[in-house]
Design a protein around this ligand. Structure first.
Ligand code: FAD
Length: 407
């Protein structure tokens, strides 16, 4: 029976990015790689489709340009109970429809000769010291030297291999709605943190549905911070904009945050993208998935060069990469923001440099020294101990934080 060198489970941004970066780095290994995708393209993925510019830049470095209808965005807005702060950044990103974006990305992979098998859902994965056996939904067996779990938040690879799912989970719900008079300009991504009782935020992203201008609105609620009801939250959020939830198709889904304390590999297996965990602070995961694929391709290529398939250092490799450092910084941001919410909001509003750093990171632009210095200069000496504690907690993977009372 044929043994593939690499089998990637999941043909979303993480899986296809891993395959494309393998192709760019090690074409002969990519020839011995197979992507298994349970759906058939074009397939839907519930998502607001806000793609940070750094995802597009990561793909552009290997000559990949995803040509789909999109809304270019130049500005990020953060709304708090006090005011709405905005920051513009060149090349901030765009809003796409995932049904189109993921299909186009997979088509690029297929055009480059990468084997992508659609309608191939994996039911079980067994990894031993000698190799990996995957059982598909129809009972067929596929053999591989290495498996990559790129199968998203509820991935079968993680579960089959007995890797813990962690505790940083979020509930998300969205719908594509009409525009209203109070909407910000269509080049702006709005993150609405104005309700301090909400362990998360609402969003308004401009989008294009079948060529029609719409606004994707949703609620992102971090379950790890306490129970909540996303439906009720969305109903109130839409009502505040004069919209009725009943008028729109609701799209609920879950998300998983990256936790440095949780395992993301086993001998002959590694996880990427949302299977490994993405940014819990904002739930942004498309760019992370694409960047994760780039780092994974390096690790896979190294493993086949050296004949070492333990992947014991996969998490260290991720955390040492620029992408991993960004993910870690977002985790610190999450803990800092929700543990010290009133103070953090104040700091964000008082000092535009923080929002500018976020926009520069989202866009994938060089983080400017000047911005760092301005943000550092604005930090109060009394803030340093709690910031340092946050970093230590995040490094230890302390599971929960509490929301500071709004008062
Ligand atoms: C409502 C909502 C809104 C969001 N909005 C944004 C946003 O605006 N911007 C942003 O950056 N992120 C957003 N995210 C997060 C983002 O959608 C994900 O983090 C991102 O899709 C992760 O990519 P991935 O490739 O790791 O996983 P996925 O995109 O989930 O891809 C996994 C793939 O694996 C396949 N698969 C699953 N199981 C199997 C199996 N057993 N066998 C074979 N194939 C399998 C699936 O069909 C799928 O194609 C949002 C998420 C939600 C839920």
């Amino acid at each position: 029976m044929k043994v593939h060198d690499v089998v990637i489970v999941g043909g979303g941004p993480a899986g296809i990015s891993t395959a494309l970066h393998l192709h760019a780095r090690d074409p002969s290994l990519a020839e011995r790689t197979l992507v298994l995708e349970k759906e058939r393209y074009p397939r839907e993925k519930y998502c607001a489709g806000g793609v940070g510019g750094r995802a597009l830049k990561t793909l552009a470095r290997i000559g990949v340009h995803v040509d789909v209808p999109s809304v270019p965005v130049t500005t990020v807005a953060m709304r708090t109970s006090r005011e709405t702060a905005t920051m513009s950044e060149p090349g901030l990103g765009q809003v796409v429809r995932r049904i189109e974006f993921d299909h186009a990305l997979a088509r690029v992979a297929m055009d480059r000769g990468i084997a992508v098998r659609e309608g191939a859902g994996v039911r079980d994965v067994v990894a031993t010291a000698d190799g990996v056996r995957l059982v598909l939904a129809d009972g067929e067996t596929v053999l591989a030297k290495v498996v990559v779990g790129a199968d998203g938040v509820g991935g079968v690879v993680r579960r089959s291999l007995g890797l813990s799912g962690g505790t940083l989970r979020a509930q998300v719900i969205e719908c594509d709605t009409d525009a209203v008079a109070t909407d910000l300009p269509r080049d702006t991504l709005l993150f609405d943190w104005s309700d301090r009782s909400l362990n998360g935020y609402g969003w308004d992203f401009p989008t294009l549905v079948g060529g029609q201008e719409r606004v994707c609105r949703g609620m992102y609620v971090i379950r790890a911070l306490g129970p909540d009801n996303v439906h009720d939250r969305l109903r109130a959020y839409l009502a505040a904009r004069g919209l009725r939830m009943e008028d729109y198709k609701l799209k609920p889904f879950g998300e998983r945050g990256f936790e440095p304390g949780e395992p993301i590999s086993k001998p002959r297996a590694l996880l990427v993208g949302e299977a490994a965990g993405i940014d819990i602070a904002t739930g942004e995961g498309i760019a992370q998935a694409i960047q994760h694929g780039e780092v994974a391709a390096g690790a896979l290529s190294r493993a086949f060069r050296t004949g070492r398939f333990e992947f014991a250092d996969w998490k260290r490799t991720v955390l040492a990469s620029r992408f991993g450092r960004g993910l870690f910084a977002r985790l610190v941001m999450y803990r800092t923001f929700y543990l010290h919410r009133a103070r953090a909001e104040q700091a964000l509003l008082d000092n535009p440099s923080f929002l500018q750093l976020f926009a520069q990171d989202f866009a994938g632009n060089r983080l400017r020294l000047r911005t760092f210095l301005r943000a550092a200069a604005a930090a109060q000496p009394q803030d340093v101990p709690w910031l340092a504690q946050m970093v230590r907690d995040a490094a230890r993977g302390a599971p929960h934080v509490r929301t500071e009372d709004a008062a």
